[in-house]
Design a protein. Sequence first.
Length: 406
Amino acid sequence: MGASLRPPSQRASDQARLLREQLVAAAKSLQPLLAEHAAETERERRVADAGIEALRDAGLFRMLTPKRCGGYEIGARTWLDVVALIAESCGSTAWVLSLLTNAAWFAGMLDDHARKEIFDDDPDTRIAGVFAPSEDMRREDGGVRVSGKWFWASGSLHASWAMLGVLERDVQARVVDHWLGFVPMRELSIENTWYASGMKGTGSNCLVAEDLFIPAHRLMSLRQAIAGTIPNTHPDETLYRSACVPMMVLALLGPQLGLARAALQHTIAVAGRRNIPYTIYQREADSPAFQMQIAEAALQIDSAHLHAHRIADDIDAHAERGQRMDLTTRARARASAGYVGKLVTQAINTLISAYGAGAFADANPLQRIWRDANTAARHALVLPPVCEEIYGKALLGLDNNITPLI
């Protein structure tokens, strides 16, 4: 059957597969350059400009941007896998890529008026997002006026737009809604506050606004987004009907998967030329204990991938069918996301122990991987005790009373 005679669904599937192959190949091709600039990224506490330019030229900032705005509008699984490939070379760069593109996905939920403002001049527009809200807000004709500080805005030093959480309360101080407001970065200032032991290169600084007006068309209700009700009216743009909170937590997993793979690859690569001090083993690879540690870590990393891929596949399948993901599956996504971090950090700890104290030498990439992964795994959205309580309540049919973020 000729390509022109294929049903539209088949042609769309073929195009998605080809685009996935192109983006995966692009991410792999960038690995040497990003690895070369990883130390600079950490030292300067921001992704190296060469890395940002390479990501842009490869089209990776367009992954979740609407096709109508010049983007690729790819699915969750491809997004996750591309980010993980970038993380094999630099965790901070992958983190920034993932969070900037996740904010672009949120912008894709807006109506056409707002999307044109954000993307028309540049389909590679980078948006630094902070969900945690400021409460200094008042209503005005045509929008809201806000002031406040927003920690921690990853990639803010490379962004041209920001997505800010804003909490609205009524006169009795009851929460009316949690809004996401989109504003140009030129209307904000940045406080240089990101001094951390891990993910040092993410530039996750503080955004500051003083008496800033946000027009109504650039506000979106996070509550409604979670419920599946968004300003976007294009039924063919199924990506922007993906489950909201699962997409939020998935943004945190690609960097961790890539870091874990990098740690395993590095430990295996040197095992044939490193000895185990004070033993008979002139090669680590010959030690049964070392072999078992490698196997254990590899299995943990495989398990982390299975959990992350199930989240992504659930997101894509429900969005494609136009179905809202049920509560238990959404709760499982949060629990699985927390479990990914647990598996990744356990695996990297095992690899560090197998490698030995030399892993903590400044020149050894394992120490940076260890710090980056342990920092990423502690993000508030994926803390295992909270996520497992959410899932446990859902499994038992109990009311969730701890968070709306499911």
